[in-house]
Design a protein around this ligand. Structure first.
Ligand SMILES: Nc1ncnc2c1ncn2[C@@H]1O[C@H](COP(=O)(O)OP(=O)(O)OP(=O)(O)O)[C@@H](O)[C@H]1O
Ligand SMILES: [Mg+2]
Length: 480
């Protein structure tokens, strides 16, 4: 049932109940945090696809095991049982050289094949601890992300019944430590599908062409996992490492449709300053860098792969090949139908601190359709983050006081979420130095001074220097 399950704890907004849930879905009450609810993956298109694949695998296994089993039963029935453990006799003089050459081929090929392997790490939802409720202070971004996830989970309904094209690419941009990776992990955990994490730098290779091969392998794996599991989320960290604007192209990423959908925290339509300025001023920054053929090739590969999600599978390619051969001898009205490539349910997220430098072709709708800006948290957001972090960090009762927490929120203007978290960690270190097991407001204040000013450097002055400095300072005092 759509309303059941751990994920479906928020309210489905009326607009979404109308489109992405069956008419029998219960109508829940108002949302406590104003965010739309996530559809439970188990019952959405993703879950149904996974179940279909599981049954198909079981049928294939039944065939694979059934045919040899039937053979064995037949031999048993005719009174000539087949001993599966009896190996035929091989001449060691033939076997040993064959084994040697096979081993040599494996060793020689291993390096080449290994150089083009996808460098991703795959996480299953149960391996990720971060949930959407752990992402604090960026509600407008979270809301958009939940809507994208719902489209992802109910992709078939959206495409087949409503004729829409599901979003397949989200670009997270923002300063370091604003929560881009954190939110992507939470999305994968909540969506209940595998999460293929890759850092863009790990695509790079010293072998010419190997970077493009690794990118191809990554997307191939993404498609394979998505087909097997009903859907998959890919995440490319610091995509600017492989997707900088190619030589001679504008790096300001300015298709109007992109600017129209760019969102910022605090529900402002905010673009990175440089983009906004250059856009309004009508200026474009042409990337005059001489990019090597290799760099251009990598970006081109990425552009091609981002549109390859609906490629036919290996089996379908073989089927098509066979059907094509057969169709050559069949009359026009008897031609066999070719298999239609399945629509693969993939959501690709990329994160960057430098969206302005990305190749504009990547940011057109159909590739990264949605561009979400992670801003520094405002005071309300910082206060929520402080409450969130202090839930798990030992602190004295004075830090439970609303006034104290508001003071910390005011004093941390310009801090990113990770800086606020680090501030409390430093405060805990200060507490340990004092021999205490919980931080006090003084520890937080000291940690803030170190964070902002740095560690004090003890300086020893000679008598003469002391005299000079005191005369200098006395001059200030007199003038004041
Ligand atoms: N909105 C948030 N709510 C709660 N914790 C957060 C939030 N944003 C960041 N954090 C904390 O900060 C840590 C670092 O954040 P994260 O790795 O997502 O930053 P990032 O934006 O990906 O940075 P970078 O651009 O350097 O990769 C997270 O592990 C998390 O503990
Ligand atoms: Mg990150």
């Amino acid at each position: 049932m759509w309303g059941s399950g751990k994920l479906n704890k928020r309210t489905i907004l009326p607009s979404e109940t109308a489109t992405l849930t069956p008419s029998s879905a219960p109508s829940p009450g108002p949302a406590p945090d104003g965010l739309p609810a996530l559809i439970a993956a188990r019952t959405a298109d993703v879950g149904r696809n996974r179940e279909k694949q599981r049954r198909r695998r079981l049928r294939a296994m039944a065939w694979l095991l059934g045919v040899p089993a039937a053979f064995l039963w037949f031999r048993l029935a005719v009174g000539d049982p087949f001993n599966v453990f009896s190996f035929p006799d091989f001449d060691p003089l033939v076997v040993m050289p064959l084994l040697f050459f096979a081993l040599l081929a494996v060793v020689l090929l291993a390096g080449t094949v290994g150089a083009g392997r996808s460098p991703h790490v795959m996480y299953r939802p149960e391996q990720i601890k971060t949930r959407l409720d752990d992402v604090i202070g960026i509600d407008p971004v979270k809301e958009d992300v939940v809507r994208s996830l719902n489209l992802f989970l109910a992709h078939k309904q959206f495409a087949d019944e409503m004729g829409g094209t599901p979003r397949r690419g989200l670009l997270f941009e923002g300063a370091p430590g604003t929560g881009k990776t954190h939110l992507a992990k939470a999305m994968a955990a909540e969506a209940g599908v595998p999460f293929l994490f890759v850092s863009a730098t790990s695509f790079q290779s010293m072998y010419y062409g190997a970077t493009a091969r690794k990118i191809r392998s990554y997307f191939k794996k993404l498609r394979k996992v998505a087909r097997q599991e009903g859907g998959a989320i890919g995440f490319i960290e610091e995509i600017d490492a492989i997707a900088m604007a190619r030589g001679g192209l504008s790096a300001t990423v300015a298709p109007d449709s992109v600017s129209a959908v760019a969102h910022g925290c605090g529900s402002l339509h905010a673009l990175p300053t440089s983009f906004a300025l250059s856009h309004t001023a009508g200026a474009t920054v042409i990337n005059q860098n001489i990019t090597s053929e290799g760099v251009g090739g990598v970006v081109n590969e990425l552009l091609v792969q981002m549109q390859s999600f609906d490629e036919p599978t290996g089996t379908q390619k073989i089927q098509t090949w066979v059907i094509d051969k057969v169709n050559l001898v069949l009359a026009d009205d008897r031609q066999l139908p070719r298999p239609i490539p399945p629509r693969t349910n993939i959501l690709l997220i990329a994160a960057t601190n430098r969206a302005d430098n990305l190749d504009p072709a990547l940011l057109r709708p159909g590739r990264f359709d949605r561009r979400l800006t992670f801003e520094l948290p405002a005071k309300v957001g910082r206060r929520q983050l402080i409450d969130h972090f202090l839930k798990t960090k030992a602190h004295s009762p004075e830090l439970d006081d609303d006034v104290m927490r508001d003071q910390v929120a005011s004093a941390t203007s310009g801090y990113t979420p990770v800086m606020i978290e680090h501030l409390f960690d430093e405060a805990l270190v200060n507490a340990v130095r004092r021999g205490q097991r919980e931080m006090s407001m003084g520890d937080v204040e000291r940690a803030r001074m170190v964070e902002e000013v740095g560690l004090g450097q003890p300086v020893a002055y000679t008598d003469h220097e002391r005299k000079l400095i005191s005369t200098h300072e006395a001059g200030h005092a007199v003038a004041a």
